[in-house]
Design a protein around this ligand. Structure first.
Ligand code: ZN
Length: 403
């Protein structure tokens, strides 16, 4: 319960936030369809130097249980459009041992917004579980559905993310020689993407932990098109319109119809977060934080960190020293534990259940009189050298009078 002193440098690598992807892609004449899908990649990747060749990419930490029946609900869209999306999504079921069960009422794992804006995106795999039931986890911009081919490839791609697949061009052995300046320039002009969005969506590379024995596959439905003018050697990849042999091989490995998944990662999910209760105590000379959530574990045991980060009333992070921003310097407190598999744990879901994080007054800029702070609750998983974010709450404001 002491304040955070562990190697939070790790966390520095995982500050990709949803806002990065929130910008709407603009219409373009150069790239006819909205380029790419700006899917939210909740990565917290740790680079390890590794010369082992990488291959087809999936995030094994966010895979569903093999054999999972995944409940899917539409939040909008015409019946006929919904029916088309359903039919296309089910293409994955031919090869993967999962089922998409479409429901109209009740709880769901995946929720789809069919809209005329917002681009195409989806959360990766089980990350969707942490999202409140009234919020979407996948978006389609139907203005791109002018041809069946465009709709077909887009739906397959987003459902690929929804079952845990990553962009194929992140492969460390893609060998793509990007002309980065040309890409930054064009995507800024045509899609309104910032340099950071281009870096995240195109140029990042995953390490070998994310490979599953398949080769780099330029025909993958998960590969963005790459235009020859974007590479220094005229290498290009066209729009891929269907599942490739590589996609099929990969998904069969991840969700085998007979037998067990070979490469199991710790697959933990945080759900049902409701709020973070904050209580100050002059007796304890500090602040107790009680986040309310559930956590389920599968795959393999792993260490998790439950962390509360502190911000001022305006939302600026409270830095422990200096003014240079770094997530490892934000005032914070945490608890950590190694969790075994097949557990369903609750925190602060009943009055007997006091899961407490504590920070002493002297680690925050507490003043006499009224104090206003914001707190944000996050859950991370650490497995070997990988750091994965499992949950990030919205910030909640709290105040107290210090005598
Ligand atoms: Zn994508």
């Amino acid at each position: 319960m002491k304040s955070i002193k562990f190697i939070l440098m790790l966390l520095f690598l995982c500050v990709l936030s949803t806002s990065l992807y929130a910008q709407k892609a603009k219409k373009t004449t150069t790239v006819k369809q909205k380029y790419g899908c700006s899917s939210e990649i909740p990565v917290a990747k740790m680079y390890i130097e590794d010369t082992t060749p990488g291959r087809g990419l999936a995030d094994n930490y966010y895979l569903w249980d093999n054999g999972k029946i995944i409940y899917v609900k539409f939040l909008s869209g015409s019946k006929s459009l919904q029916d088309k999306v359903k039919t296309i999504a089910k293409e994955w079921e031919k090869y993967a041992n999962i089922k998409f069960h479409f429901v109209e009422v009740g709880p769901s794992h995946i929720r789809i917004n069919l809209d005329d804006k917002g681009g195409h995106n989806s959360l990766i795999g089980t990350m969707a579980i942490s999202v409140p039931q009234d919020e979407k986890t996948m978006n389609f911009d139907t203005t791109d559905f002018k041809t069946y081919a465009a709709m077909y490839r887009t739906v397959l791609h987003e459902f690929g993310h929804a079952i845990g697949l990553l962009h194929e061009h992140y492969s460390p052995i893609s060998g793509i020689h990007w002309n980065k300046e040309a890409v930054y320039r064009e995507l800024k002009q045509t899609q309104g993407w910032t340099k950071e969005m281009v870096d995240v969506n195109l140029f990042q590379q995953y390490n070998v932990n994310y490979t599953n024995g398949t080769k780099y596959d330029p025909k993958s439905i998960m590969h963005y098109p790459v235009f020859a003018r974007w590479t220094t050697d005229n290498y290009s990849v066209n729009w891929n319109n269907q599942l490739s042999e590589g996609d099929i091989a990969l998904i069969k490995l991840l969700y085998p119809k007979d037998g067990e998944r070979l490469n199991e990662a710790p697959r933990f999910t945080v759900s049902d977060y409701t709020n973070t209760r904050v209580v100050n105590s002059d007796v304890k000379q500090g602040i107790s934080i009680y986040p309310s959530f559930n956590i389920s574990t599968a795959g393999r045991p792993a260490r998790v960190y439950f962390i509360a980060f502190f911000y001022d009333a305006d939302g600026n992070p409270i830095m422990k020293d200096g003014t240079t921003y770094s997530i490892s310097k934000i005032a914070a407190t945490y608890k950590t534990a190694v969790l075994d598999v097949n557990q369903k744990l609750s925190a602060n879901k009943s009055k007997f259940d006091e899961f407490e994080l504590f920070i002493p007054y002297n680690e925050l800029p507490v003043i006499k009189g009224k104090n206003n702070f914001q707190v944000e609750f996050r859950v991370y998983l650490i497995d070997d050298k990988e750091l994965k974010i499992l949950y990030q709450s919205k910030r909640s404001l709290f105040n107290f009078i210090k005598s």
